[in-house]
Design a protein around this ligand. Structure first.
Ligand code: FAD
Ligand code: MLT
Ligand code: ZN
Length: 493
């Protein structure tokens, strides 16, 4: 038997000082340095947005944000931080949902937001090479001129950056069709903790020359180095896209529905997303997309948003209509209503009902977010068990937990279990954790399907990973970051 010894002693890292600021000012333009320290001395309010995460759950105390414009500048910053043992938090769009993108203490924040140039695009192969700070939506717009699309899409597209997407191995709404970033990223440029540039920006589809190092940085959450450039394979834009929202009377129908959709639509099925009734109602309440009529949602326990992407509109519509007829015609229909979008505006509005749930939950209160992989058939029992747990603790009340809801990427076996609460409190947290993680482990699931570990789940990683695997992760961390300066306290405790 292999024993796993947990070494909790984090290497200590140093704080940024005024001397460091003076050093950075030698090679960075003045507007690339935000610091409350002299000689810059901006008011703390100017760096508040970098210290606070998207949910308002995690808050750092950093004094200094650097916003370099080139890989060379990133390299010089890291060289200094390595020599001085300064902790560094790489930050993209700061839309992460596990507290990985903000410091735990006063680490230096290295924002990639000023590195936002497209480096090249090859319309023949679809290979796009871009600075890590490019915003996902901006890249989508750029390649749409060449009739290509990004292989990933997510609700945060207007703020998240491609370097952040790679660093979290973001999944999102297109994974069912285009697979994960482990498949579509062709190469990366990474500045290692000591300032060395690892130039691995290949545009090749095939390259079996030994260990595939880029894979280690995909999903590393800034703990191994700073991603400064990304080479990614983009597929041609589909000629026709359709979507339909299905009102489903019982959760038990979702699995047979998914099987039938795959049978009927095969290669044109591009998304199969799930929202339960509570998620739907919150999205509508907070103006996320136009809801269905009262008649259409009567008796619906949950909803499925299905998308097709194909080469010919008439052909795809025919397939979708045949599927809808099959679903409605049987003696025990699997759905009560199916509403097919009729215009680009309706198409966007149906998507908003699903994509907008995250924002709706945030408007409803403080969100506890559990992003789990479990068998599809158990989505509902996990949501129900969590609600019951909170009820049994007397926490299901307006001034504590307001809603327990489920939504997610059915096609990928990924449920988003969310708890909208009046406030983040130790009482609610201890009712939920490790309860949820134990539940996930009982299904041999994953405690993080796509959002990562960040600061939130470091203590819980053993619910999904073996001691041997965690030990290998520690050794890899040691190889790349021997002084523990990269995003300290994230992913590994
Ligand atoms: P940040 O939040 O800034 O950082 C995330 C992590 O990556 C941090 O650990 C940070 O240190 C590290 N990092 C960032 N940039 C770099 C870099 N250049 N080099 C090294 N490390 C870096 N996630 C999904 O997987 N699927 C979804 O469908 C999805 N939908 C979302 C919808 C909304 C409305 C929101 C708010 C979030 C959503 N997310 C989703 C979570 C989040 O948007 C993604 O994880 C996203 O990929 C993070 O990108 P970012 O640029 O904002 O990174
Ligand atoms: C989603 O699928 O909407 C995202 O992962 C964000 C979330 O979990 O809220
Ligand atoms: Zn998701």
């Amino acid at each position: 038997a292999i024993r796993w010894q947990h070494s909790s002693a984090q290497p200590t890292v140093n704080s940024v000082t005024s001397e460091d600021i003076v050093h950075f000012a030698k090679f960075l333009p003045q507007n690339a340095i935000l610091s409350t320290l002299p000689p810059i001395s901006v008011p703390p309010s100017e760096i508040e947005q970098y210290n606070a995460d998207w949910m308002g759950k995690y808050r750092g105390r950093s004094t200094t944000v650097l916003r370099p414009q080139t890989t060379e500048q990133v390299s010089k910053i890291m060289k200094r931080c390595y020599e001085r043992r300064i902790g560094v938090v790489p930050q993209g769009g700061n839309t992460g949902l596990v507290g990985g993108s903000v410091p735990l203490k006063d680490e230096l924040i290295l924002s990639l937001s000023n590195m936002s140039k497209v480096r090249s695009f090859d319309p023949n192969s679809g290979a796009l090479v871009a600075d890590a700070g490019c915003i996902l939506e901006a890249l989508s717009e750029y390649i749409s001129l060449h009739n290509h699309i990004m292989p990933l899409d997510l609700g945060a597209k207007g703020s998240c950056q491609i370097g952040g997407n790679v660093s979290t191995n973001a999944g999102g709404l297109r994974l069912l069709r285009y697979g994960s970033l482990h498949g579509s990223v062709l190469g990366l440029e990474v500045v290692l903790p000591d300032g060395t540039v690892l130039d691995n920006l290949s545009t090749l589809r095939k390259d079996n020359t030994g260990y595939d190092l880029k894979q280690l940085f995909i999903g590393a959450e800034g703990t191994l180095g700073v991603v400064t450039g990304v080479s990614i394979l983009t597929p041609p834009a589909p000629q026709a896209v359709n979507n339909v929202i299905l009102a489903v009377p019982r959760f038990e129908n979702v699995l047979p529905l998914f099987k039938l959709a795959r049978q009927h639509l095969s290669e044109i099925l591009s998304a199969f997303e799930f929202i339960d009734r509570t998620a739907y109602e919150l999205a509508v309440k907070h103006g996320q997309g136009r809801g269905l009529s009262d008649e259409e949602i009567e008796g619906a326990e949950c909803f499925v948003l299905l998308e097709t992407s194909g080469a010919e509109r008439a052909h795809d519509e025919e397939k979708l209509n045949t599927l809808l007829e099959t679903l409605l015609e049987s003696s025990q229909p699997l759905i009560t209503t199916g509403v097919l979008s009729q215009s680009p505006a309706q198409f966007a509005s149906l998507w908003k009902l699903r994509e907008g749930v995250t924002e709706a939950v945030a408007k409803e209160g403080k969100a506890y977010k559990y992003d789990i992989s479990i068998p599809l058939a158990s989505f509902k029992e996990v949501v129900d068990a969590t609600r019951e747990r909170l009820r049994s603790k007397g926490l299901l009340r307006e001034d504590a937990v307001r809603h327990v809801l489920g939504y997610g990427h059915v096609g990928d076996g990924n449920l988003h279990l969310n708890i909208a609460a009046a406030a983040y409190t130790p009482e609610i947290e201890s009712a939920l954790e490790p309860f949820v993680y134990e539940l996930v482990a009982s299904y041999k699931g994953s405690i993080s399907a796509e959002h990562g570990i960040g600061a939130m789940k470091t203590y819980a990683i053993q619910y999904s990973k073996s001691a041997v695997a965690i030990d290998m992760m520690r050794r890899i961390k040691q190889v790349f970051d021997p002084h523990g300066i990269m995003n300290p306290g994230k992913v590994l405790e």
